[in-house]
Design a binder for this molecule. Structure first.
Ligand code: TYM
Length: 330
């Protein structure tokens, strides 16, 4: 079976609707056709300062949300990145093949680092995308389900894989980004021209927040001038974002929704989308809390996932170390 690898950072108390619709929903369905490796990427999280206790807690909360959303640990390897040392080991080799300029062109690095003085930007933030490439390549992944914002990191991953292969012989599968068509970028409800993101919390729907609060955020979402409910990203970014979310959560097509809301106002759309979101998150939160109620069992699931992951990652790393000319340690 072809393979999938993807990861998510444990840097917030909750995933948001953008994470779910852009990536996690695909993680769940891809389990039917792929052999899947899904990681809570705590090594990536510490590229910016983290409180240790909070990081531990958020790593468990992340894993619990993934299980509640439908990641099945019997079918997929669900694990914590720091439990699998091969990620960091392969990353070093790839760092030695990545260009300084190449890494410097990553737009996420440029965005994140431009907000701070150079000495407050860690070297880890700079090499972050190379570690991401190692995450993917160490499993020989064929496909990587992510949102639009990860496209450039996937392009770097492909380039590094091809560079290694042409220098040392075919070693890595060159992975393809798997980016959903209609929900690759979910926008902030208060600023529907920028992406929903945990660093700008105003218009973000968190899966673990009080559902009433989510409904309220949707009711006060920024909409556009005019009154017509029509999907038109250029002229009606706010309404289009709400329609994309509505469609993804209910399975109704955008065209069906446009027809259903013909002659009705933005208020109706927002109120009813609020109800859709409440219905989605309420049972989800119950499941998450049940997983969090038994942290020992949760840790056991993650340890099992880590072992499954290492069966593959250790093989790849052995081949890589051999190809680059390291003496066998055995
Ligand atoms: P992270 O933790 O920021 O986000 C997890 C996933 O959510 C997607 N996403 C969105 N999709 C649509 N609309 C949005 N507004 C939105 N916001 C976030 C992201 O595209 C991502 O797929 N670098 C990665 C983590 C990572 C990784 C990997 C991913 C580390 N190693 C290996 C894939 C493969 C990141 O920061 O995701």
């Amino acid at each position: 079976r072809p393979r999938v690898l993807s990861g998510i950072q444990p840097t917030a108390d909750s995933f948001h609707l953008g994470n779910y619709l852009g990536a996690l929903r695909e993680w769940v369905t891809m389990q039917d056709t792929y052999e899947c490796f899904y990681s809570v990427v705590d090594l990536h999280a510490i590229t910016v300062e983290q409180d240790p206790e909070l990081l531990r807690q958020r790593t468990r909360v992340s894993a619990a949300q993934l299980l509640a959303l439908g990641i099945d640990p019997d079918r997929s390897a669900l694990f914590v990145q720091s439990h699998v040392p091969e990620h960091a080991q392969l990353s070093w080799v790839l760092e030695c093949m990545a260009g300084f300029g190449e890494a410097g062109r990553m737009t996420q690095f440029k965005d994140k680092s431009s907000r701070q003085e150079a000495d407050h930007v860690s070297v880890g933030l700079f090499t972050y995308p190379v570690l991401q490439a190692a995450d993917i390549l160490v499993y020989q992944a064929d496909a990587v389900p992510v949102g639009e914002d990860q496209r450039q990191h996937l392009e770097l991953t492909r380039n590094l894989a091809q560079r290694f292969n042409s220098r040392f012989g075919k070693t890595f599968t060159v992975p393809a980004a798997h980016i959903p068509k209609d929900t690759a970028k979910i926008y902030d409800l208060q600023d529907p021209t920028s992406k929903m993101s945990k660093s700008v919390p105003s218009g973000v729907i968190e899966l673990m927040e009080d559902p009433k609060r989510s409904a309220k955020k949707i009711r006060s979402a920024v909409t556009d001038t005019g009154r017509e409910i029509r999907y038109d990203v250029e002229n009606k970014p706010g309404v289009s974002n709400l329609l994309a979310i509505y469609s993804a959560l209910t399975g109704q097509s955008i065209a069906e929704l446009e027809t259903a809301y013909e002659g009705r106002g933005y208020g109706d759309l927002k109120k009813e989308l609020g109800e859709v979101v409440v219905e989605f998150v309420t049972p989800l939160q119950e499941k998450v809390n049940a997983y969090l109620g038994d942290p020992a069992e949760l840790d056991k699931v993650l340890h099992r996932g880590g072992e499954k992951a290492r069966e593959v990652s250790s093989q790849t790393l052995r081949t890589v170390f051999d190809r680059v000319g390291f003496l066998s340690p055995l």
